[in-house]
Design a protein around this ligand. Sequence first.
Ligand code: SF4
Ligand code: SF4
Length: 376
Amino acid sequence: MTLVIVRNATYDSNTLRPVIFGMMEAMGGEKIGGGSRVLIKPNLLSPALPRQAVLTHPAVVRAVVEYCNERGARPLVADSPAMGSFDLILRMSGIRDALRGLDCECRPFQNSVRVDIGEPFGAIEIAEDAVRADVIVNLPKLKTHSQMLLTLAVKNLFGCVVGYRKPEWHMRAGVDRQAFARLIARIGMTLRPAFNIIDGVLALEGQGPGMSGVPRELGVLLAGRDPFALDRTVCRMVGLDPERLPVLKAAREMDFPAPGEEIDGSLPEIRDFRLPRLSSLIYGPKFLHGFIRRQLLQRPVCDPALCRMCGECWKICPARAITPEAKPLHFDYDRCIRCFCCLEVCPFGALRTTETLTGRIVRSAAALILPPGTTR
Ligand code: SF4
Ligand code: SF4
C-alpha cells in the first residue's frame, strides 16, 4: 500500500493543483471514468473561515473537483454538518467561491439508506449519496478531537451519518469511547473510500475539532487508498502511538486487515503536536456508573464571557441536558451523557470540559498505579 506524502505544501492553486492531480493518479485515477458519480466528502463541520483550520481548505476541494471534471465525471461535494446552514458553511469556508465556474453539485446529504456495517451495530442509516457513489474521495482535515484524540481519514467518514442521527449515535455508543470508536471504524470499513487526501497544510492542534483548537501550519498533504493506513501514518508523524488512537485500536481489535505502508516521499517529524485533554473513561460495575458519570467524568462548562447565546449547543444536545435560553447556560449533569457534541458545535469556543474534585483526586491516584495512557 503506497502512501504519497508531500511536504512544504501550500494552498496556492498553481502549485497545489499538480500536487493533487498527481495524488489522484497515484491512487488509481483511472477508476474515475466519464459519467461516474464521485462523492467528494470534505470536513464541513460548521461555519468557519479557512484560517481557523476547522474545515478542509477550499483550494484542496477545488483541485479535486477540477480533476473529476477533467475526467468527465459527475462530482458531488457533500457533507452533513454538525451545525449551521450548509449555505453559510460554503460561504464562510470559501468553498462556494472556489467552486465557481466548475461543473459540480454541492449540497448537504439528505436521504439515508440502511446498511449493515457488521457486529455489534447491524444495519445503520448512512447517506445515500455515499452508498450509491461509484467513487468516494475522502478529504479530511488533520485535526485534534477532544473525544477521539484526532479526527483524520476514518473519523471524517462519520459525517456520512446524516444530520441529527449523529448525536443519536453518540448517545447510543454512550460514554464508552471504544464503543464509539468501533462504530466509526465499522463505518470506515464499510465505505472504504479508494481516494483519501488529508489536508494537513494548516492543521488544528489543542482542543479541536472546533473553534477551541489552535491552527498550526504543518505544510503536509497525505494521500492513500486506505484510510486506516493513512491515519496510522499521521499518528507516527505527530509522535503518537497508533494504538492510542481509539479508532485504530478498534480496527485492530476487530481484525481489520492492516497492510504495510510504503511511503512515496518522506514522513516529516512533527514535534510537540498538542493533543487534546480527553474525558475519563467509565470504569467499574454497572450499578456504579451513575455515580461515576456524575462524579468522575469530565463535564461540559461554559465561559459566560464568550457565550453569545446562539443556541447551537442546546439544539444539538441529544440528552436535552442544556436549558434553552437560560443565562448563564445551565447544564443538567444527571442527564448529560458526556458526548461533547456541544463542544464540537459551539461557534465561539465558549465550551470546554472540566473535572470534579472527586474526578481529579481519582485520576491522580489512578495515574500513580495504572500504566501510562490508561486514564486518558
Ligand atoms: S455555549 Fe456556544 S453554542 Fe452554546 S449558546 Fe453559548 S455560544 Fe452558543
Ligand atoms: S450537554 Fe453537551 S456533553 Fe452533555 S449530553 Fe448535551 S451535548 Fe452531550
